[in-house]
Design a protein around this ligand. Structure first.
Ligand SMILES: Nc1nc2c(ncn2[C@@H]2O[C@H](COP(=O)(O)OP(=O)(O)OP(=O)(O)O)[C@@H](O)[C@H]2O)c(=O)[nH]1
Ligand SMILES: [Mg+2]
Length: 305
């Protein structure tokens, strides 16, 4: 291709981020987009929704797909999450398999790698992330260990937290995208609705503030975003838990926990909507919703949604 043709080439495509829970997929998506869209937490299996987010450059558009961490499922929800993640592998133009620099490359990664290998995606990139947590030798050793898992077309070390090598990631992937249009119009950053994002932001604060098994038992539904005359948003959302005892923990003594979750979520929601927001949270018991395919579907968490 001559220089002129190369300069005029506009590339676009879909890039699926995959990896074990906690690898850093959602954090990388936010860092690439430069905006908080995906929720993140130290709790494994934070992501439940496949989310698309857009990275625009002058000569390319990358649609980054965040997926739930691939893991050994314990319930119907876990199976749906894996199905949703695996479902992205074949349709993507590129797969970025993430491994945290500070974790041990193990059986979980080997299992993810077998799916990467089977995928028909034309470009496969190994991403060692969380580079800020280790020295450069450890990052290189991790890269070498992970290279042995399957064939990758390229490998890169990044840190989402310190914005290290993010432009290199974007250039590298853009260069391997097919020629194509902007799939999303200018200004659109995600395919998630405001209601979905609000529910997710509330869930993130619950995940970060609650311990042990509670986060996994919990789901959030945004019931309404009503825009008021003075321009503020009045929002109602419901936190679902599986047992009466969990409801007490989520509400907390003197409703302190629920207030904390609400205050923290409202800050992110106001940034998202660029408006003042009132947030009314309630907690409802929905027994064993994680084992109920119907409820999983109603919450928009089924893989075929
Ligand atoms: N120091 C550091 N921490 C990171 C980095 N990326 C992610 N983390 C942390 O790692 C934890 C997991 O990050 P997530 O982005 O939620 O991981 P994930 O792969 O999306 O996890 P699941 O949604 O559960 O599959 C969070 O506590 C993040 O703050 C990074 O580049 N550096
Ligand atoms: Mg995630």
């Amino acid at each position: 291709m001559d220089k002129q043709a190369c300069a005029e080439r506009f590339t676009s495509g879909f890039v699926a981020l995959v990896g074990r829970p906690n690898a850093g997929k959602s954090t990388l998506l936010n860092a690439l987009v430069g905006r908080k869209l995906a929720i993140t937490s130290p709790v494994a299996q934070t992501t439940r929704h496949r989310m698309r987010a857009v990275v625009d450059t002058e000569r390319s558009q990358l649609v980054i797909i965040d997926t739930p961490g691939l893991h050994k499922p314990k319930d119907e929800l876990g199976k749906e999450l894996n199905r949703a993640a695996l479902g992205e592998l074949d349709d993507a133009d590129a797969i970025a398999m993430l491994i945290a620099a500070d974790s041990n490359v193990g059986r979980g990664d080997a299992w993810v790698a077998t799916h990467v290998q089977e995928s028909s995606a034309p470009y496969k990139l190994l991403v060692i992330t969380k580079a800020d947590l280790v020295d450069s030798k450890r990052a290189q050793d991790q890269l070498e260990a992970a290279r042995g898992l399957t064939h990758f077309d390229d490998a890169i070390v990044v840190s989402a937290k310190e914005s290290f090598n993010l432009n290199a990631f974007i250039s590298c992937v853009s260069a391997h995208m097919p020629e194509g249009p902007r799939w999303f119009p200018a200004g659109v950053t995600t395919d998630m609705s405001d209601e979905e994002l609000v529910a997710e932001f509330v869930r993130e604060k619950a995940f970060r503030n609650l311990r042990q098994e509670i986060p996994h038992s919990l789901a959030v539904r945004c019931d309404e975003i009503a825009w008021k005359g003075d321009g503020h948003a009045s929002i109602r959302a419901t936190i679902l838990v599986e047992r009466e005892g969990q409801k007490g923990i989520v509400i907390g003594r003197n409703a302190q926990m629920l207030k904390k979750i609400g205050t923290e979520a409202r800050r992110d929601i106001e940034r998202l909507l660029d408006a003042h927001a009132y947030l009314e949270l309630r907690v409802q018991v929905q027994p064993a919703w994680r084992r109920d395919k119907g409820e999983i579907r109603r919450l928009g968490l089924a893989a075929d949604e």
